[in-house]
Design a binder for this molecule. Structure first.
Ligand code: PMP
Length: 358
């Protein structure tokens, strides 16, 4: 293996040596697995999504997609009461985040984000050469906003935070926007639909705010890869410049058709997110009854640790019973499991397995 690396490295650009690639959660190919490890929706998307994709597949695949994604941006903009030019779309919010890091965060002063947070942020900082500083969360794993009142290049916060699930109120975000009028503040709202407070209503007032959301979680479309950003025109225009310098088709035709249908099926969205929230609350109570310490979650997952069992041991025991959960190796959280909310039946399977293990 070492020889191979030395041989390969002759051909690597200098930046490749400095990268810290993000490792995504496991996607097993075998059936019969209870998959609670990557925060997908346990429910399929709205049936209207499947209809729209199949129609787009039979009618339009020979044509290039709309490079401006006009219909999707208009649908998103309408529901937020903003202009479609204040919406930017991309292949999952990961791609929108990547463009954001490149377009808006390349300052000499550091980008601030929590030390327990989405692990793609340091990866993008390395990729784009952005200085960063990780701000510690407190003993209860909460983000302390006062610690962000310091000179910086920009700020990015997931709200609710990942992998803790803890949300910040809109007022706190607003006070940060006021404190840093000359810095871009990015709020990553991947999980906001499960009980978080969105910063989207603040976009009209604060030119320094960019809010990023995804259709992967609450719309059940992780496999389609659709995410978007909302912000005032100059921020969106910067993202468009980067996108047009990279791939002028933000989404393929199937993704565009499916995303528009998902966005417009408000009834499906409201029903399914309410189901996930109800399952989360039920699972939290049951985990506490088993002795777990469970952080308060506004997301579609719970972050929990058991005082008597190591995280590595618990994930391995669950895995041997066909249940996947996620564990992070970072210091303060290595004994926590991040458990995605499944159907009530899947949550019961998890609880039964934990009953055997503990
Ligand atoms: N932000 C956070 C905080 C996440 O946890 C995730 C999911 N891994 C994403 C963004 C990216 O989601 P997607 O690319 O599927 O939109």
């Amino acid at each position: 293996a070492v020889r191979l690396e030395i041989t390969m490295s002759r051909f690597w650009s200098p930046i490749v040596h400095s990268l810290i690639p993000y490792v995504a959660g496991e996607q097993p190919t075998a059936g019969g697995i209870t998959k609670l490890n990557t925060n997908e929706s346990p429910y399929g998307p709205s049936p209207l999504v499947l209809e729209a994709i199949s129609k787009a597949a039979s009618d339009t695949l020979r044509l290039y997609p709309d490079p401006t994604a006009r219909e999707l941006r208009a649908a998103i903009a309408e529901s937020f009461g903003i202009d479609k030019d204040e919406v930017f779309v991309g292949n999952g919010s990961d791609e929108v985040l990547a463009h954001t890091f490149q377009a808006l965060l390349n300052h000499e002063r550091p980008l601030l984000f929590p030390d327990i947070s989405y692990s793609f942020y340091p990866t993008y900082c390395r990729l784009y050469g952005i200085a960063y500083q990780q701000v510690p969360v407190d003993a209860e794993m909460r983000i302390c906003l006062d610690d962000y009142r310091q000179p910086c290049g920009a700020i990015i916060l997931p709200n609710p935070n990942a992998p803790t699930g803890i949300g910040l109120p809109q007022d706190d975000i607003e006070s940060l926007l006021k404190y840093h009028p000359d810095q871009v503040v990015v709020i990553d709202e991947a999980y906001v639909d499960f009980g978080g407070e969105s910063a989207v209503p603040l976009v009209g007032t604060y030119p320094n705010l960019l809010v990023i959301q995804t259709l992967s979680k609450s719309r059940g479309l992780a496999g389609l890869r659709v995410g978007f950003a909302v912000g005032q025109r100059p921020l969106i225009e910067a993202l468009e410049r980067v996108k047009d310098s990279f791939n002028s088709y933000p989404l393929d035709r199937l993704a565009l058709a499916g995303a528009v249908a998902a966005w417009k099926d408000r009834d499906w969205f409201d029903r399914h997110r309410a189901m996930i929230i109800a399952s989360r609350e039920r699972l939290a109570v049951a985990l506490k009854a088993l002795g777990f310490h469970v952080l308060p979650s506004s997301a579609n997952f719970l972050f929990a640790r058991h005082p008597n069992r190591a995280g590595a041991e618990l994930t391995a025991e669950l895995r041997s019973r066909g249940i996947l959960t996620r564990r992070f190796s970072a210091d303060r959280i290595s004994d926590f499991l991040r458990i995605s909310i499944g159907t009530d039946e899947e949550c019961d399977r998890l609880l039964a397995a934990l009953g055997e293990i503990l």
